[in-house]
Structures are given as structure tokens and as C-alpha cells.
Design a protein around this ligand. Structure first.
Ligand code: CDP
Ligand code: MG
Length: 136
């Protein structure tokens, strides 16, 4: 069993897609084992996306991620990290495959509805960023 972090981003919360995204995760036989509803400040969003500091999209991304409510959650299952990445699709919805969350629901490259950890090391860091007591 593996755990990963998924975030429903502000564009999806705003459009009332929390239920739709959770339904897709649960339909993929993954379990949601922790969940919050919250808003990040700009500086918290900057810390979360530390690895992207200096990139051209960093300011737009951190402004967007602190613009409204988000729903971070811990998702558990066999191969949950790669499984969730497949379920969400490519970063740019224009390049994502039909049936993925980003192809079906995302608005733009930045407003792409969901975040998901991309490796075991990042999953541990990102889970603890929002859920400090979570056992990973
Ligand atoms: O989220 P993912 O791991 O698929 O992509 P990333 O390369 O780690 O980028 C993090 C986030 O930055 C993306 O999900 C997009 O919201 C945003 N981004 C962007 O706005 N423009 C880009 N050219 C690349 C990423
Ligand atoms: Mg990433």
C-alpha cells in the first residue's frame, strides 16, 4: 500500500467539482484516508511549490493556488502515486488524454484542477506539508 497527496485546486472547488473528483478517485479503487478544506496564503503556496521557484510560471501558479479554497487529501492504494498521476493526466489539459481529470475538467495549463505527488519522496514531503501527523 502506498500513500500520495492529491489537491483539488481552486478552479475545481469554485466550480463545485469536489464530489466529481472524489468519485473518480474512489472509482479507481483508491481510498481517501485524510482530507481538509482550507485556503493557502501566497507565502504558504510559495513554500509548497518551492521546487518551481524561479520558473516563469511560478508567480502565476502561486497566485492562483492562494486565490481560493483548496481540498488537499491523502489517497491510499496499490501503486497510488503512479495510479493517481495516470488518473489526473498530463499537466497541460490540451495534452491530456480523454477520460483523465485534467482533460475532462481543467480550464488551462495553470488552472488544471488537481495536483498530485510525482514520486515517493515528494509524496512524503507533500503529505506532511498538509497533514504533519500522517504516518507515511
Ligand atoms: O502538476 P504537475 O506535477 O503535473 O506539473 P508541474 O510541472 O509540477 O507544475 C506544477 C503546476 O504548475 C502545474 O500543475 C500547473 O498548474 C502549473 N504550470 C503552469 O502553469 N505552466 C507551466 N508551463 C507548467 C506548470
Ligand atoms: Mg509536479
Amino acid at each position: 500500500m502506498e500513500k500520495t497527496l492529491l489537491i483539488i485546486k481552486p478552479d475545481a472547488v469554485e466550480r463545485s467539482l469536489i464530489g466529481e473528483i472524489i468519485r473518480r478517485i474512489e472509482s479507481a479503487r483508491l481510498k481517501i484516508v485524510n482530507l481538509r478544506y482550507m485556503k493557502m496564503t501566497k507565502s504558504v503556496a510559495e513554500d509548497f511549490y518551492e521546487v518551481h521557484r524561479g520558473k516563469p510560471f511560478y508567480d502565476e501558479l502561486t497566485n492562483f493556488m492562494s486565490s481560493g479554497a483548496i481540498v488537499p487529501m491523502v489517497v491510499m492504494g496499490d501503486n497510488a502515486i503512479s495510479g493517481i498521476r495516470e488518473l489526473i493526466g498530463k499537466t497541460n489539459p490540451a495534452e491530456a488524454h480523454p477520460g483523465t481529470i485534467r482533460y475532462d475538467l481543467a480550464v488551462s495549463h495553470t488552472k488544471n484542477s488537481v495536483h498530485a505527488s510525482d514520486s515517493p519522496a515528494n509524496a512524503e514531503r507533500e503529505i506532511h506539508f498538509f497533514f504533519p501527523k500522517e504516518q507515511v
